[in-house]
Design a protein around this ligand. Structure first.
Ligand code: PLP
Length: 232
């Protein structure tokens, strides 16, 4: 697992350089180390290097891994599609949900966290590329969902998340990231709320995302290597 730690350290260094290059401080750009399908030992190796925030896409897998890693100081981010029957597993296990895109799901989450007197930080996922099969609200649906969250005080809206279309040139991805930043800025002005977080950029495009103001980059492959094939 040594080289996983090394790859993480080099990635952190590069993210710091990019932040400085764009007139920001390294503290402004958090790495979410995306560990889906990766073994607990790899998570432990990266945590050993000082990384605290990890991202997972599947509830059962994440719970098993959290138990195996055994580091209650780590923060876990849920990145994937969340089925409503899995909502009950989130309290106590995740501190942020990056992919909120539905008012019914939001209400379920609010009720579950409210019942145990906890809060959950959330980001609304926006389908900036307006792709039919992709998760996220369409840009024009964003204000409606933001308004509904006002009645759900156990959910703390911190900002927005996006995953740009897969099949565009890296250089073209920049406009999806700037579109997300513009949507965030508009919602801040409209509501008067502070929405500091922009979760955007993965292994393929985090330099472009940092250039456009990403505060959270979700990096998996670059840190952990290729994901083992699921189900094997
Ligand atoms: C898997 C995943 C990532 C990480 O992707 P890499 O290309 O491995 O860096 C980031 N964001 C989301 C939402 C993911 O599902």
């Amino acid at each position: 697992m040594d080289d996983v730690g090394e790859r993480y350290a080099r990635t952190r260094q590069y993210v710091d350089e990019l932040a400085l290059r764009h007139g920001r401080t390294p503290n402004d750009v958090q790495i979410i180390a995306v560990s889906k399908y990766q073994p607990a030992a790899a998570v432990a190796a990266v945590a050993e290097k000082g990384q605290c925030d990890f991202g997972e896409n599947y509830v059962q897998e994440a719970l098993r891994k959290q138990h195996e890693v055994g580091r209650p100081d780590l923060r876990w981010h849920f990145l994937g599609r969340l089925q409503r029957n899995k909502v009950k597993y989130l309290p106590g296990h995740f501190s942020m949900f990056h992919a909120l895109d539905d008012a019914k799901l939001a209400l379920d989450l609010h009720k579950k966290f409210h019942a145990v007197n906890q809060t959950l930080e959330v980001l609304i996922q926006v389908n900036v590329g307006q792709e039919p099969q992709k998760g996220g609200v369409l840009p024009r649906e964003l204000p409606g969902l933001v308004n509904q969250l006002e009645a759900m005080p156990s959910l703390l809206l911190r900002g927005l998340m996006t995953l740009p279309p897969f099949d565009v040139d890296v250089a073209d991805k920049q406009r999806f990231f700037s579109a997300l930043r513009n949507l965030r800025n508009a919602e801040q002005v409209r509501t008067g709320w502070s929405l500091p977080e922009l979760s955007m950029g993965t292994t393929d495009d985090f330099p472009q995302a940092i250039a456009e103001g990403a505060t959270m980059v979700r990096i998996g492959t670059r840190i952990f290597g290729d994901r083992p094939v699921h189900g094997s």
